[in-house]
Write a protein that binds this ligand. Structure first.
Ligand code: PNS
Length: 155
C-alpha cells in the first residue's frame, strides 16, 4: 500500500512524528506531503519544514518527504498512492470532513489514525502560540524544532 500523509507541518510536532511512524508500519511506502494550507499563517518556510521532516524521518527507510502546492488529490495521483492518511485528535472537524468528502469525489480515500493520548493536546497552532509568548514547547516538538524557534530561524 502506498500512502500520502499530507499536512502543513508548521512546525512538525511529536504528534505528527508519531502518526508518521505508525503509518510507516502499515504502508509499504509513505509520502509525507508538505502542502501549503491557505487558511493558516506560516511560521516556517516550506524549505525549512521539508528539511526538518527529512532529518526527523531519516531513520524510516520507506518514508519520503515531498513538497506540493496544488490539489492534494493531484499529489496522490502523481505518486500513485492508494490512500491519504490523516491524524485526528478529539474530533474530525466539519472542514476536514468536507475535504475528505471532496477527495472521495475526486477519487482518493482517507484513513484516519487517532493521536495517542499523550499527544492529543498538541497542535502546530498551539505550539506557535506558546512559542510566540516565550513559553516552553519542549514536550510538544522534537529538539530541532525547539531550537529553530529559539534561534528564530527558518521563517
Ligand atoms: O496540517 P493541516 O494544515 O491540517 O493540513 C491541511 C492540508 C494541507 C492537508 C489541506 O489544507 C489540504 O489538503 N490542502 C491541499 C489543497 C487541496 O487539495 N485542497 C482541497 C481539498 S479537497
Amino acid at each position: 500500500m502506498i500512502a500520502v500523509y499530507p499536512g502543513s507541518f508548521d512546525p512538525v510536532t511529536l504528534g505528527h512524528l508519531d502518526i508518521i511512524e505508525r503509518a510507516a508500519k502499515i504502508a509499504d511506502k509513505l509520502y509525507v506531503g508538505v502542502l501549503i494550507n491557505v487558511s493558516k499563517a506560516a511560521r516556517f518556510t516550506a524549505e525549512t519544514r521539508l528539511a526538518h521532516l527529512r532529518e526527523l524521518t531519516a531513520h524510516l527507510p520507506n518514508v519520503e518527504v515531498a513538497f506540493f502546492d496544488g490539489m492534494l488529490v493531484e499529489f496522490v495521483k502523481k505518486v500513485g498512492a492508494d490512500v491519504i492518511i490523516r491524524g485526528f485528535r478529539f474530533e474530525i472537524s466539519e472542514y476536514e470532513m468536507q475535504m475528505v468528502t471532496a477527495n472521495i469525489i475526486f477519487g482518493a480515500e482517507t484513513f484516519f489514525i487517532p493521536a495517542k493520548p499523550e499527544f492529543s493536546y498538541i497542535s502546530s497552532s498551539l505550539v506557535k502560540e506558546i512559542a510566540a509568548r516565550g513559553g516552553d514547547i519542549s514536550g510538544m516538538v522534537p529538539e530541532i524544532i525547539g531550537r529553530a524557534f529559539s534561534d528564530g530561524i527558518g521563517s
